[in-house]
Design a protein around this ligand. Structure first.
Ligand code: MGD
Ligand code: MGD
Ligand code: SF4
Ligand code: MO
Length: 732
């Protein structure tokens, strides 16, 4: 008899509640959970394919260990013994820096990825940390760090209540949203318009999101910072700025007008390829809306002025008085956030506390640019990365210049991959540790609840018991930490016990903590859950703002609603001044670079990316239900550009940029603007030694091979993945 079980979907940031149908130990179906307090039954084609993703026959079932140069099946004991024999010795001889750590996107979709990597980094004592953030949202962390003193204090648009949404460089109808967790984002955009609100989309492509909008502006890629600066300039110049009570909490308001002086609509119009008049109209509409939110994502982050654009998004939210008010952009308060404490000055946020060894890139949020990983492995000298631990990461496809990284990874002394697939990256490992499929893992959204448009908490226990021979991903991480620390063989629960004891010891001493004053051992005995990670989740909930426990979540399988977002200023601020720092020094120092862009002539042809509804970065191309149809790796070219260059729809072209050239199929479409071509990322599954039988049959081309890793947003170290110049030529 089939049974059902709830499971939060881990396939994108929307975190929809699913109802899985299970026969024996197989997921045979998935539908939206109508009772889920947040997603209310919404599901997309990826969630509907949960069973196929979960049951992909190419998923690894056992660890792999390299013997005689070949990866072969091994026991867990052998796998961890191999790690224990390699890493501690390297650290002893060459120091912790000799081990690099790469963390990929799915870490934000697993409990293990939230709970253990910080412990691993501490155990190794390495500063060589590289993550998908420097291919993604690092500019937003940096701007929030500078403005609010906390890189995780990222305001999210109040989608369900706003009157006006200005959305830049995001296509939530296909991506389902990012840094704005909102199940059924498309439905919420339609509802915004249905209640009389306005949606303006800024994107060089006429996306499915742009098609829902009242207005679509298609500027030249990479020019968002200029456009946003001109909007802010207009608000100040036309005396439309109305920060309201935010003014008292903000430093630097008075200096802003001078800092943005050059960025008049007329001055930015040529570089943006927009009309000055339409920029002025937009600024006036933004100011006139009863409530409004400005929101920027990938297309405003992974660009040349990503940090400035991210900063300007919140400058506009502040100037219009919309930051921290219902209908504007608010700070969520998740169930595992620290319980609020009295406002006051904090430690602030510093950039560039250390630099990368080879190119001297400044750290941001304790990370180095992933675009610089290959050179840190290849370049000889003290501090070279000799071993790598990659967890849920496929940088050979997701980061610039995969061919160079391929060669670098092949030259490592030792590499571990925690990954369910043998793919472009993990094929270089000496040990591959495969996590179980998501149906066999418990789930809680540590990351995305902190970016959700409604406060809520949901927990999914494993829908299916762990299969014989499998190891829970939390246990894999804990054992990995023990193995690299020279403690191989100790019980994995020791890692959690130690953390719980430390946290409790601090909490009982902290007068602002909900657990202040008790006896740590007694508190420890209260923690529910059979496993270390469950006990840690329980502790975080008890230390959180809502007086919740894990048992509360267990007793509410469809989640607990914690209400709409509420104003949180000044409590969220951790700046040294205890106020919003509107014009921080690193930003002011970047503005001359943006000013210089006013005079630059845009390249004749630049490339931008795109996402398909049935994709997820590099790792869902192996699921037949999610491939084919329009989900193909084609180069979209505007008809006029195609005509000028002699390209035909369905033909092939050679595309060339800094990092190399690719042969790609051409799709002629006016969905991209003139002077812009679009190629999706995550393709290029044509490398030997991987086990991706479906994906390798239709490999596609790796767009990141067009980059050489030198184009970065300087403050955040984020790779410029959008708006870089390319050349195109037809192929016979
Ligand atoms: N040109 C271009 N490049 C881009 C982007 C772009 O827009 N344009 N987008 C960038 C962005 S936003 C991101 S986030 C990065 C993503 O970059 P990465 O994180 O490097 O890549 P992913 O494809 O998300 O997958 C990472 C790996 O996680 C594995 N995995 C899947 N599920 C699990 C699990 O439960 N546990 C573990 N341990 N592993 C798992 C997959 O098999 C895969 O090997 O790509 C970036 N690259
Ligand atoms: N289906 C699907 N969903 C996903 C993913 C996936 O791969 N597939 N990946 C997930 C991940 S890791 C992330 S980070 C999120 C990302 O979520 P989104 O930010 O919504 O990502 P994209 O769909 O890439 O949208 C970026 C848009 O920016 C536009 N753009 C490019 N350059 C510029 C520019 O200079 N200015 C402006 N204004 N726009 C520009 C592109 O045309 C594109 O439409 O999606 C997540 N969800
Ligand atoms: S929108 Fe995202 S979370 Fe929801 S079902 Fe689709 S992939 Fe899963
Ligand atoms: Mo991402």
């Amino acid at each position: 008899m089939p049974r059902t079980a709830p499971r939060i979907c881990p396939l994108c940031e929307a975190t929809c509640g699913l109802t899985l149908t299970i026969e024996g130990t197989t997921v045979t179906g998935a539908r939206g959970d109508r009772d889920d307090v947040f997603s209310r039954g919404f599901i997309c084609p990826k969630g509907a394919a949960f069973g196929a993703v979960d049951g992909d026959p190419d998923r690894l079932r056992t660890p792999l260990v390299r013997r005689d140069g070949r990866l072969q099946e091994a026991t867990w004991e052998e796998a961890f013994e191999t790690i224990a024999a390699a890493i501690p010795a390297l650290v002893r001889e060459h120091g912790g820096q000799s081990v690099g750590v790469v963390l990929g996107n799915p870490n934000t979709h697993t409990m293990a990825g939230a709970l253990y990597p910080p412990v691993l980094l501490k155990a190794l004592g390495t500063r060589n940390l590289f993550t998908a953030s420097t291919l993604d949202q690092m500019p937003k962390h940096v701007s929030s760090g500078l403005l609010f003193g906390d890189p995780f204090a990222i305001p999210v648009p109040d989608l369900d209540r706003t009157d006006f949404l200005l959305l830049l460089g995001a296509n939530p109808v296909e991506s389902n949203g990012s840094l704005c967790t909102a199940p059924d984002f498309p439905g919420r955009l339609k509802a915004l318009r249905a209640r009389g609100g306005t949606l303006v989309v800024v994107d060089p492509r006429r996306t499915r999101t742009a098609r829902l909008a009242d207005r679509h502006l298609a500027p030249h890629p990479g020019s968002d910072a200029l456009l946003l600066a001109a909007l802010a300039h207009t608000l100040l110049d036309e005396k439309l700025a109305a920060p309201g009570t935010l003014a008292e909490q903000t430093e630097g308001l008075g200096e802003l007008a001078a800092a943005l002086e050059s960025f008049t609509p007329e001055a930015v119009a040529p570089a943006c390829d927009l009309k000055a008049a339409e920029i002025r109209v937009l600024a006036r509409e933004l100011a006139a809306a009863p409530t409004a939110a400005v929101y920027g994502r990938i297309g405003s982050c992974t660009v040349e002025y990503g940090t400035l654009a991210s900063w300007l998004v919140d400058v506009l939210n502040i100037l219009t008085g919309n930051l921290d008010r219902p209908g504007g952009a608010l700070f969520p308060l998740s169930a595992t956030d620290r319980a609020p404490r009295p406002p006051g000055p904090g430690k602030g946020f510093a950039l560039g506390r250390w630099r990368s060894r080879v190119s001297g890139h400044p750290e941001a949020k304790s990370e180095l640019p992933i675009a610089a990983l290959a050179e840190e492995i290849e370049t000889p000298g003290e501090g070279r990365i000799r071993a790598l631990i990659a967890i849920a990461a496929n940088p050979v496809l997701s980061a610039p210049d995969g061919r160079r990284l391929d060669t670098a990874l092949a030259g490592l002394d030792f590499m571990v991959s925690v990954d369910p697939y043998l793919n472009e990256t993990s094929r270089h490992a000496h040990v591959v540790l495969p996590p179980p499929p998501p149906s066999q893992s418990a789930h809680f959204d540590f990351a995305f609840n902190a970016f959700a448009i409604r406060n809520q908490a949901r927990y999914s226990p494993p829908a299916i018991p762990l299969e014989e021979g499998r190891m829970d991903e939390c246990e894999i991480h804990a054992r990995l930490i023990l193995a690299v620390s020279g403690l191989h063989g100790a019980p994995p629960g020791a890692v959690d016990d130690r953390l719980i004891a430390d946290t409790l010891a601090r909490a009982v001493e902290d007068s602002h903590s909900p657990l202040f004053g008790g006896d740590p051992q007694e508190r420890d005995r209260l923690l529910a859950g059979g496993t270390g990670p469950e006990r840690r989740l329980d502790l975080m909930l008890r230390l959180g703002p809502y007086d919740l426990t894990l048992d509360d979540l267990r007793n509410a399988p469809h989640g607990i609603d914690l209400g709409p977002l509420r104003p949180r200023l000044p409590g969220v601020l951790r700046t040294r001044s205890g106020r919003i720092e509107l014009l921080p020094e690193p930003i002011a120092a970047e503005l001359p670079r943006l000013r210089a862009a006013l005079a630059e002539r845009p390249a004749a042809l630049v490339l931008v990316g795109r996402r398909h509804l049935r994709s997820n970065n590099s790792w869902l191309h192996n699921v037949p239900a999610l491939t084919g149809g329009s989900n193909r790796c084609t180069l979209q070219v505007h008809p006029e550009d195609a005509g000028r260059l002699g390209l035909a729809d369905g033909g092939r072209a050679r595309i060339t940029a800094d990092g190399g050239s690719l042969e790609v199929p051409v799709e002629v479409t006016d969905a991209v603007r003139r002077g812009v071509v679009s190629l999706p990322h995550g393709w290029g599954h044509d490398r030997d030694g991987s086990r991706l039988s479906v994906a390798s049959a239709e490999p596609g081309a790796n767009v990141n091979q067009l980059l050489d890793g030198t184009r970065l947003d300087p403050l955040s170290g984020t790779a410029v993945l959008n708006g870089f110049p390319v050349e195109l030529a037809p192929l016979p």
